[in-house]
Write a protein that binds this ligand. Structure first.
Ligand code: BDP
Length: 333
């Protein structure tokens, strides 16, 4: 009996020692697990690309960094998530630059309506000095942009009628993302802006809290907004890029090789996202039109563009130091 007790004690001690060694070793070579925020649902180009980003990061860092994606906005609204990544409560997020603009004025240039002529123009600007200035402005606010994702062009949709000219928006309640530039844009067109979280838009359209909203084809389709706001009018007033953004302190604390690995992983995921984007935009558009959406082109957008003058004037009056960046983008061929 005594001998057995003794052996048991010995065995327990050995186990405890083993466990202590294991814990010690684990602490020493601890792998980092990051949490990543994404607003989009399964199958959406950004969701597929963020999964790729996680897979590539684990492979390129040989498991030193793993990323756990939280899709479909389950970790909260986008403005909240941006604050969480800045504060380090979350490590990573796929963010639209729209809600980043109010925090980082340089990043807000992309939210000036009609600043980009088309997607190609936006890509060229981001790939050059304008992109560097935008990244620098974000880094100052604690967000490092690892790569840029596409988000197409945003157009108006509503439950009432086709929009062909600014006066069609008169008195219309239109949901916008949280950013004064977008509220100013709707006011300048004679509508009533209603900033609200993405997750609330479907119900608000359905119950008539708002008459319309604005987004690209894939989001109009994936959210089901087309079911409750069946007029889509191709104003293409905003072409807003998105980032794979990481908390600056987390990124800066990484060894150089891991910084490179994470950046490469994000950039490769962006190549995939951009390829998937074009395909999804076509499919979403075809799908909603087949489901009865009444779509109209706005060939001449000059009246909408002219109406944006007060939006530009106010932004430049509030941020005079950003004027050269606005000019740089406008002059990017
Ligand atoms: C989508 C963006 C997403 C935004 C959403 C919105 O990808 O980041 O949250 O629009 O309108 O196109 O809120």
């Amino acid at each position: 009996m005594q001998l057995r007790a003794h052996r048991l004690k010995q065995a327990l001690a050995a186990t405890a020692l083993g466990a202590a060694i294991a814990v010690g070793a684990g602490t020493f070579a601890q792998a980092a697990e990051w949490r990543a925020w994404n607003i989009h649902v399964a199958g959406y180009p950004n969701t597929v690309a963020m999964d790729k980003f996680a897979e590539l990061t684990a492979a390129k860092t040989e498991g030193r960094i793993t990323i756990r994606n939280f899709h479909a906005g389950v970790l909260g609204s986008q403005p909240d998530a941006i604050e969480q990544v800045r504060a380090g409560a979350l490590e990573v997020g796929n963010f639209n630059l729209g809600p980043i603009g109010p925090i980082a004025p340089a990043a807000n240039v992309v939210s000036l309506p009609f600043i980009f002529k088309d997607m190609g123009h936006m890509h060229r600007a981001l790939d050059g000095s304008a992109g560097e200035q935008i990244s620098a402005g974000m880094a100052e606010k604690g967000l490092i942009s690892l790569a840029w994702y596409d988000s197409g062009a945003r157009s108006f949709y509503n439950s009432k009628k086709p929009i062909t000219q600014p006066s069609d928006l008169n008195g219309m309640k239109v949901r916008v993302m949280n950013n004064d530039l977008y509220s100013g844009m709707i006011s300048a067109l004679g509508g009533n802006p209603s900033p609200m979280a993405f997750s609330e838009v479907y119900q608000s359209l359905k119950t008539g809290v708002v008459d319309g909203a604005e987004n690209n084809w894939p989001s109009y389709e994936s959210t089901g907004h087309f079911e409750v706001a069946g007029y889509y009018s191709m104003s293409q007033h905003l072409i807003i890029p998105e980032c794979v953004c990481i908390n600056a302190k987390v990124y800066n604390a990484l060894p150089a090789a891991d910084q490179q690995a994470v950046k490469d992983a994000a950039r490769e995921s962006a190549e995939l996202q951009r390829a998937l984007w074009d395909d999804r935009a076509t499919k979403s558009r075809e799908m909603v039109i087949a489901r009865g959406v009444k779509f109209n082109d706005i060939a001449d957008k000059s009246a909408f563009q002219a109406a944006m003058k007060p939006v530009y004037d106010k932004y430049l009056a509030d941020n005079p130091d950003i004027a050269p960046l606005v000019e740089l983008i406008k002059n990017t061929p």
